[in-house]
Design a protein around this ligand. Structure first.
Ligand code: ZN
Ligand code: ZN
Length: 367
């Protein structure tokens, strides 16, 4: 069968003829892939130079890419209980280490050892293939009508977990009324798919929301922010020394750019008892200055700063529900996030970033 593969450090992906996946266990499910989203993680995997071959699945010298996927069940093992041929499913990505207490209860997003594997990213083949096999427990059934946009379920998991953690961090507050323990004003930093879905998830909960990014005000991403009923403010118009003076204080902030200077600046945009959740991690080794008074304000205002990665199965289920709700609440916006569609044969250009692109998806041949 055909698949889009890479080799760490190759810097590119190509179409290869690879063996069919093994359908051997009674809880296995065979899925015909329909479409797969691409993102910066794929480019990172292609560029990652790992001479020792770690990161590749055992006994192969290539990795099938793709982790934002949707497919149709075509065969099930004898012990599969809840899925049948024809069902539309989204596969989860992370597989536990098998050693730690978090992975033991299906919460690989909280893995203590870090020895996790992720399909299409590290240690396991991904979903950019004509067919995949996975266990029933790793497949989320979705409504048929969600299939065209379902690669976004994986992207939406990240803000869903961020919202869950923001709620947890505010659970001690007296203001129990309303979503997320009384969040009255929320801010999202960024204009990529995760940031846009975070904005929509907040608006779905009727929370007044602002978005801050470098995008031109006439860009497709800004139109989507406004269609979801959020207020867009261009980053270049904000004094990052004192963002609160201009924007007011926020009860919850989701930082989705990973730019360290912005993460630090957003401490200053938190109102009393505010929570800042970082979902885009910076990897560079550069110094970012931070005023001592920022830490003083953290104490004085009971601020919480946390980071969150990946998501658990409940977050995936919430993402499926919310994506359906978003299509009803903000007609056309979810579909408009998918700005570019490619076929497997377009692999040379499918991973390029082009102006105006929010999310590109690859349709699997024969689907
Ligand atoms: Zn991704
Ligand atoms: Zn673990």
């Amino acid at each position: 069968m055909r698949a889009v593969v890479t080799r760490p450090g190759a810097g590119r992906a190509w179409v290869a003829e690879i063996p069919e996946p093994t359908f051997a266990n009674t809880d296995d499910v065979v899925v015909e892939m329909l479409r797969v989203g691409v993102c910066g993680t794929d480019r990172h995997v292609m560029a990652r130079a790992r001479g020792d071959g770690s990161g590749l699945p055992p006994d192969t010298d290539y990795l099938v890419l793709g982790h934002e996927a949707v497919g149709r069940v075509i065969n099930v093992g004898t012990h599969v209980q809840h899925l049948k041929a024809g069902d539309i499913v989204v596969p989860t990505v992370r597989r536990g280490c098998g050693e730690c207490p978090a992975c033991a209860v299906g919460q690989a997003d909280l893995c203590f050892t870090g020895r996790i594997r992720e399909r299409g990213i590290v240690g396991l083949h991904g979903f950019l293939a004509e067919r995949i096999v996975d266990k029933e427990e790793n497949l989320i059934r979705i409504p048929d009508e969600l299939a065209p946009v379902a690669p976004l379920v994986e992207s939406l998991c990240t803000p869903e977990k961020a919202l869950r953690r923001i709620g947890n961090a505010r659970a001690h507050l007296p203001a129990k009324a309303g979503p997320l323990y009384g969040v009255q004003r929320a801010l999202v930093i960024g204009a990529g798919p995760i940031a846009l879905l975070a904005v929509m998830a907040l608006r779905l909960r009727d929370i007044p929301t602002w978005a801050l990014a470098r995008s031109p005000t006439d860009s497709p991403a800004v139109r989507l922010i406004q269609q979801a009923g959020a207020t867009y403010v261009p980053l270049q118009e904000v004094d990052l020394e004192q963002p609160q003076a201009q924007l007011g204080g926020f009860d919850a902030i989701i930082e989705a750019t990973g730019a360290a200077e912005l993460c630090v600046a957003m401490f200053g945009a938190l109102g009393p008892n505010g929570v800042l959740d970082l979902v885009g991690g910076a990897a560079e080794r550069n110094e970012v200055p931070i005023q001592a008074s920022v830490l003083g304000a953290m104490v004085g205002r009971n601020l919480t700063v946390l980071g969150s990665v990946n998501a658990n199965k409940d977050d995936w289920q919430t993402a499926v529900r919310d994506l359906s709700e978003m299509r009803r609440a903000f007609p056309g916006t979810v579909e408009a996030i998918l700005t570019h569609t490619f076929d497997m044969d377009d692999v040379d250009v499918a991973f390029e970033r082009v102006p105006g692109q929010i999310k590109a998806v690859i349709n699997i041949a024969g689907a």
